[in-house]
Design a protein. Structure first.
Length: 455
């Protein structure tokens, strides 16, 4: 019979479960409560550091992990691996190398092979790529298989080994991505469009908007597909002293889940009681404020789900400032396919055909929804932002109601940890290197893409 679970261990278990499911606010509260009871609990300290990391509080996370490792805790391997990853993502690779050189215990972890491959690649790139391939092929962990494999894909692409990069990405998707319900995405988009058409015929303005729900001020959100330039916009805005980028905040997904569970999505949004919409708005804003850095007055949410939930945005977050970003669909598509997105949440990235179908649904749904719902949206073209950054970002700042600050033109100077797949690109100055990237993979695109490109 197992020993009874004490209060601190129970708090750790619950905090870890909340962290695993992306409920950062809950994980933070539980970890802090447990650490107040036992300040030296190594597993709670690790959870707390990971939460700081996910919230973009890099310095706090690094300091917490260094203090934890100084205590020689039983979870030293996990803490070392996490600290090395945070330092690497934060552009502090020399510190990550020094950390790994100072400790040997991390080599016992399966992820040690990935770190060794990264180190080899710095001096012998072809051999480093092969070590990453081997790590991906041998690993029993689907997560590690994807991390190692897609790092090899990225390096193959950078070395102009395009066929190899494409074929390795194909293999990784086949091995690690579960079936994705692409038809469900299309049916949901069709249902929303039918709802908007019925509202238009009935003469309803802003269908789904609830009277009495307060406007959302000093709050902004992206509307766009993955790899369409969302991280660049966020990193530019986050450099502004008054704007805090809050990453891919799960708040809009929580709103959507709540509306589905109450049987209101999407056809019965107008039946939602005002107090329910206000409560959902309060929960969203509370989470956004928690992620907002000190001194900032505005938040910018880089969620990748808003485009599928625009009626919910209109109902729960009225008058929020939306930035609708678009990019050449072929550049966007190949970038998705060659990237390590969550295999369940973004399972459509496993094939160019599914990506194309999502893009068609996005194109059919977003512009009509923004217009019919009278949402406060600004349209932004990625290529124009790259070519004329000051002109375009001034438009965005004016839309947000914030004065121009020259710091936004240097997103590469942002010290905030970037947790998205664009974390390396945004450490470089704004450039055109990714424009026209699809041409390296022209063999993968057929005539079915023509309508998307010319529309």
């Amino acid at each position: 019979m197992p020993p009874p679970e004490n209060k601190v261990d129970r708090l750790f278990r619950d905090a870890n479960a909340a962290l695993s499911s992306g409920r950062l606010a809950e994980a933070l509260d539980l970890a802090e409560l447990g650490l107040r009871v036992r300040s030296d609990h190594p597993y709670l300290a690790l959870v707390r550091a990971v939460v700081d990391h996910r919230l973009g509080r890099t310095s706090l996370a690094v300091d917490r992990l260094r203090r934890l490792l100084a205590q020689q805790p039983p979870n030293a391997v996990e803490a070392t691996v996490m600290l090395a990853e945070i330092l690497s993502r934060g552009g502090r690779k020399s510190e990550a190398e020094a950390l790994l050189a100072s400790r040997a215990d991390w080599k016992s972890d399966e992820r040690g092979a990935l770190f060794e491959a990264r180190q080899i690649a710095q001096t012998d790139r072809p051999r480093g790529i092969e070590r990453m391939r081997a790590c991906a092929e041998a690993s029993r962990s689907l997560s590690l298989k994807r991390i190692a494999g897609f790092e090899a894909v990225r390096m193959l692409d950078a070395d102009a080994r395009y066929r190899e990069a494409f074929e390795l990405a194909q293999w990784l998707h086949q091995q690690t991505t579960p079936p994705f319900d692409i038809t469900g995405v299309e049916l949901d988009a069709n249902e929303q469009l039918a709802l908007l058409a019925r509202a238009s015929r009935a003469g309803l303005s802003r269908p789904g908007r609830r009277a009495g729900v307060p406007d959302c001020e000093a709050t902004a959100m992206i509307v766009g597909l993955p790899r369409s330039g969302t991280t660049l916009v966020e990193q530019m805005l986050d450099r502004h002293p008054l704007i805090a980028g809050i990453g891919e905040y799960e708040g809009i997904s929580d709103i959507g889940d709540a509306l589905v569970s109450r049987g209101l999505w999407p056809a019965r949004l107008r039946d939602s009681p005002t107090e329910d919409a206000t409560q959902l708005q309060s929960a969203y804003l509370e989470g956004a404020r928690m992620r907002r850095r000190a001194g900032a007055s505005h938040t910018f949410d880089k969620t990748l789900r808003a485009w599928r939930l625009l009626p919910a945005v209109a109902a729960v977050l009225p008058n929020i400032a939306l930035v609708h970003i678009e990019r050449d669909p072929r550049d966007c598509a190949i970038s998705m396919f060659l990237s390590n997105f969550h295999p369940q949440s973004f399972g459509f990235t496993a094939s160019l055909e599914m990506i194309r179908r999502v893009m068609v649904a996005h194109q059919r749904l977003v512009a009509p929804s923004l217009e019919a719902l009278a949402l406060r949206a600004l349209r932004l073209q990625y290529e124009s932002l790259v070519d004329k950054p000051e002109i375009e970002i001034r438009r965005v700042l004016e839309h947000l109601g914030v004065a121009f600050d020259a710091s936004v033109l240097s997103p590469e100077a942002n010290e905030r940890t970037v947790l998205t797949l664009s974390h390396e690109q945004v450490r470089r100055k704004i450039n055109r290197s990714s424009i026209g990237r699809w041409r390296n993979y022209a063999f993968a695109f057929d005539a079915s893409w023509d309508a998307l490109v010319t529309s």
